[in-house]
Ligand binder design. Structure first.
Ligand SMILES: Nc1nc2c(ncn2[C@@H]2O[C@H](COP(=O)(O)OP(=O)(O)OP(=O)(O)O)[C@@H](O)[C@H]2O)c(=O)[nH]1
Ligand SMILES: [Mg+2]
Length: 404
């Protein structure tokens, strides 16, 4: 860690190269270590289902084998957090850590908002980093927030990377854990039109993760994450892969509950549904019936959720959130033309994602001209803290379990 931190103290350019190389080398390491573990895992699963202990051990080994630069940044945060609880440990070097992290954040590196292993927000750390950022940007900087939610390995990180040209970790071996935020500086001439200086992009771990499904409280974990992310965002992208649309119901139930809670705190977030891997280009027209059905389903779920939360019967989905089935539903073809790794990327994917991005920008502009102004970083921070407090400690999440 001390070598990592001293490398972070170099000039921004050097830091960038250092992190890129470190990432490549760590990925290489994972690539040599992970396949044999996966092979063993598969074999154990095939041989007998009684070997639960061994399978769980292998599972732990697999997750601890995937080491990325994000873990080093997390460690920096934990050093800071622990020093905060022991004031004499807050040395000038430790106090300098948030500033190092801000430098990376401004350069477009992701920062962990929710710790992927402990499902917790390192509040002292995040607070200090965002405060430093607020100071560095002369206290006037405004942000808009976009996030993505969906089932595991449905191409959420790939979608954000394609939309914004960023580099959230993408791989079928290593999944996103927790939630990461990343800042994109808006061009000078676009700032006034968009009504903000930065766009904050939040990537989240897949809901309904098989590793967590064995745990009794996995639904609670999903609910907490979905509520936090939906609450923080100006736009939430609900990513749905066509091939696992059966999982969709669960996600939607979680999201509807979260949105219902948002209404309670006076926020009406905007939601965009992105259906991925749709082969047919005329999907938007031919799926009109599906969109109607989806809205009916969403309305039913909202009513059921409202009943559960004892809020009466007259709730529809659009009462809780901003959603227009025609404008807020997108169909995106598959990423690959054939089977990876040698398959070429499908140009239709980037084109559709480009159109989707344009509509997101338009939505931001609409929000600007409407009554929802962008937040300063401090406002975002305060909102994050109170939302997290509510989600974690004030029984904000209704103890609700998806039916299937
Ligand atoms: N066939 C196909 N594969 C895709 C598509 N989008 C992404 N992938 C691949 O699916 C794998 C997982 O993609 P990610 O973007 O990491 O998915 P994710 O939803 O962020 O995954 P988690 O963070 O683990 O929940 C990668 O190997 C991608 O190349 C798609 O539209 N079609
Ligand atoms: Mg991901």
């Amino acid at each position: 860690m001390s070598r990592f931190i001293s490398a972070m103290c170099n000039s921004t350019e050097e830091c960038k190269y250092f992190l890129k190389w470190m990432r490549i080398n760590l990925d290489n390491l994972s690539r040599t270590h992970l396949p044999p573990l996966w092979a063993k895992y598969k074999e154990q699963c095939r041989n007998s289902s009684e070997n639960k202990e061994l399978i769980a051990k292998l599972d732990r080994e697999i997750s601890s084998c995937s080491l990325g630069t994000e873990h080093f940044l997390r460690e920096m945060g934990q050093l800071y957090e622990s020093a905060c609880s022991l004031p004499e440990a807050l040395t000038p070097e430790i106090k300098h850590l948030p500033r190092l992290c801000v430098k990376l954040l401004q350069e477009g590196f992701p920062l962990e908002l929710v710790d992927g292993d402990s499902s917790n927000i390192p509040l002292e750390w995040v607070t200090q980093v965002l405060k430093e950022l607020h100071d560095l940007t002369k206290n006037t900087c405004k942000i808009r927030v976009i996030s993505v939610l969906g089932v595991q390995s449905t191409g959420k990180s790939t979608l954000l990377n394609t939309m914004f040209g960023v580099q959230f970790a993408v791989s079928s071996d290593r999944c996103t854990r927790g939630a990461f935020m990343l800042l994109i500086r808006v061009k000078e001439d676009f700032k006034v039109r968009l009504g903000c200086d930065y766009i904050m992009v939040i990537d989240t771990e897949g809901l309904k993760a098989p590793q967590l499904a064995q745990l009794d409280d996995s639904y609670e974990h999903d609910n907490e994450l979905a509520t936090l992310v939906v609450g923080l965002s100006d736009i939430t992208v609900i990513n749905i892969a066509m091939e696992n649309s059966t999982e969709m119901n669960d996600i939607l139930q979680i999201v509807v509950h979260a949105f219902l809670r948002m209404k309670e705190v006076g926020r009406k977030p905007c939601c965009q549904f992105v259906h991925q891997n749709v082969a047919d280009i005329s999907a938007h027209d031919s799926n009109m019936r599906d969109r109607k059905l989806l809205l009916e389903q969403l309305n039913e779920m909202t009513q059921a959720a409202a009943k559960m939360e004892k809020k009466g019967n007259n709730y529809t989905f659009t009462d809780v959130m901003e959603y227009d089935p025609e404008r807020n539903t997108w169909y995106i073809p598959g990423l690959w033309n054939g089977n990876p790794p040698m398959a070429p990327v499908n140009a239709g994917y980037s084109e559709s994602v480009g159109l989707f991005k344009r509509s997101v920008n338009e939505k931001f502009m609409e929000q600007k001209s409407g009554d929802s102004s962008a937040h300063t970083i401090i406002e975002f921070l305060e909102w994050t803290k109170s939302l997290w407090q509510a989600v974690k400690y004030e029984n904000f999440i209704f103890s609700f379990q998806p039916c299937n």
